[in-house]
Design a protein around this ligand. Structure first.
Ligand SMILES: [Zn+2]
Length: 128
């Protein structure tokens, strides 16, 4: 059984997930997710610098890559697949490995949080 990433966001009341080099964030419609690169930056049409936009994940979990996201498409798909198979555990383990909170991207300092893979505030906010 696989779980679509937007469904995991709904279940855990998530606004964002920092997974590897990518950030997945809830779109304003509250149903789709935006995929951006955390480290590759670009300027949008309003002149604001942000992570490179890599596409949209629609509610059923399908990925719609953005123009110019070619070099990243396969890795984004790999993450979506892994999350689909393992669910929230994959997301949390990823944060653990990087030593940062998956949900807010903050560095984990407290030993208990490091072991757990997310901070105390996100633990409450995401019903974990
Ligand atoms: Zn956090």
């Amino acid at each position: 059984m696989t779980t679509a990433l937007p469904e995991i966001f709904t279940t855990h009341d998530m606004k964002a997930a920092y997974i590897g080099e990518f950030k997945f964030s809830l779109a304003r419609d509250g149903a789709r997710l935006w995929v951006t690169h955390r480290f590759v930056r670009e300027f949008n049409k309003f002149g604001t610098e942000s992570g490179k936009f890599l596409g949209t994940i629609i509610p059923d979990g399908g990925y719609r890559p953005a123009q110019g996201s070619g070099p990243y498409v396969q890795r984004v798909k790999d993450v979506i697949l892994a999350v689909g198979e393992e669910g929230i555990e994959f997301i949390i383990r990823n944060g653990k490995e990087l030593g940062e909170c998956t949900f807010c991207g903050r560095r984990l300092e407290d030993p208990e949080s490091v072991i757990r893979g997310y901070g105390p505030v996100c633990k409450v906010n995401h019903r974990l």
